[in-house]
Design a protein around this ligand. Sequence first.
Ligand code: AMP
Ligand code: ZN
Length: 112
Amino acid sequence: MDCIFCMIKDGKIPSAKVYEDEEILAFKDVNPQAPVHILVIPKEHIRSVDCINSDNSKIVAKIFEVIPKIAKLCDLTNGYRVISNCGEDACQSVKHLHFHILGGTKMADKMA
Ligand code: AMP
Ligand code: ZN
């Protein structure tokens, strides 16, 4: 499958990993938009938030259990933002579900 995040998960493309378990991988965004910019992905290929359903939503719950652990690992003690771009209007560029963790600075109060 021609999916860059599946290739990262399979070790075919290098990444700066910050967290990994059997089902989840987190790595630094190659083009950071904040001092700390981490991407959290399920190892299972899910296309976007729009494809979350009762068959695969457990992994999303697990990702949201892991996010606070990653925030601690990255020293984001003063808060952080979690974003998932979904589809064309949101400018989703990689069609593998991912959650951006952004932090390490005071961010703009507007999101769009
Ligand atoms: P989105 O626009 O929400 O789909 O986010 C995709 C993100 O993936 C962007 O922030 C890119 O900078 C990031 N990205 C693309 N390729 C890589 C890569 N090989 N390693 C790390 N991050 C990447
Ligand atoms: Zn994928």
